[in-house]
Design a protein around this ligand. Structure first.
Ligand code: HEC
Length: 234
């Protein structure tokens, strides 16, 4: 084989992969047109997960603390691995109002994020649908928030997770004087005399972000690859 053919062959093999894996997906996904919903949700008539304000700041805190090293945010399509059976990863199996809301992740789920934090390993569970999952497991939104703060402060404080490998993030909390009533977000942990342990700004932003993670929005028809079958006539 001549050197020229060798170089051409090398360029062709790497070039084809680069085209298919980098260039084509980039042009397909870099600007997604808004998709209309069949029925409006609240005031919104297009599919557009909320990614602004404190939620966007929280995404930065998530990135800065390397959460994506251990947590993915992709519920894989079934041809690439079966994720849908895992409890509440891609939606709830029995949502009180809408029944089975489980679905795979699509490109629109990351719309508006500076970086799609799809994650590198799965040492911990996938967090795509964490907000919905935590909300469903607690009696109220306030309780769900409190549980997340406690988990962030030290996962082992939840007695059912005494062996948790999720690192504590105590540095995202601060001690503050109790003035009048204690803060509703104060953690039930030991603090110095007259003080309370409360989440600092970064922890608040991060929890807003975590609570915004959900994959059970109703999908526009164009993305609904497995629409619910119409109920059979009696
Ligand atoms: C070293 C790997 C690692 C890192 C880094 C990590 N986690 Fe975890 N995480 C885990 C493991 C393992 C679990 C499962 C054990 C448990 O539930 O406590 C977990 C569980 C969780 C859960 C509970 C999920 C559920 O569905 O029950 C949340 C929420 C969470 N992590 C958030 C975070 C956040 C936020 C960060 C970054 C600030 C982070 N984790 C960083 C390993 C990690």
């Amino acid at each position: 084989m001549s050197l020229r053919n060798f170089i051409l062959g090398l360029a062709a093999s790497f070039g084809a992969a680069w085209l298919a894996v980098v260039v084509v997906p980039f042009f397909k996904m870099r600007s997604l047109e808004p998709l209309p919903l069949a029925e409006p949700v609240g005031t919104s008539t297009v599919f557009h997960p909320k990614r602004t304000g404190r939620i966007a700041n929280g995404a930065d805190v998530y990135a800065a603390n390397g959460c994506a090293l251990c947590h993915t945010q992709v519920v894989r399509p079934t041809y690439a691995g079966n994720d849908l059976y895992r409890a509440d990863w891609g939606g709830l199996k029995d949502d009180a109002d809408r029944g089975d809301t489980r679905r795979e992740t699509n490109a629109y789920d990351f719309e508006g994020e500076t970086f799609a934090q799809i994650g590198s390993t799965r040492l911990g569970p996938d967090l795509s649908n964490l907000g919905r999952r935590v909300e469903a497991a607690h009696a109220s939104f306030a309780e769900a928030t409190r549980w997340l703060y406690l988990h962030l402060y030290d996962p082992k404080l939840d007695s059912t997770r005494w062996d948790s490998q999720c690192p504590p993030h105590r540095f995202l909390f601060e001690e503050r004087d109790v003035r009048g009533q204690p803060s509703p977000d104060a953690l039930p942990v030991a603090a110095s005399e007259g003080k309370q342990v409360v989440p600092a700004a970064d922890a608040r932003a991060l929890i807003s972000y975590l609570l915004s993670l959900r994959k059970d929005h109703p999908l526009p028809a164009a993305l609904d690859f497995a629409p619910a079958k119409p109920a059979a006539a009696e």
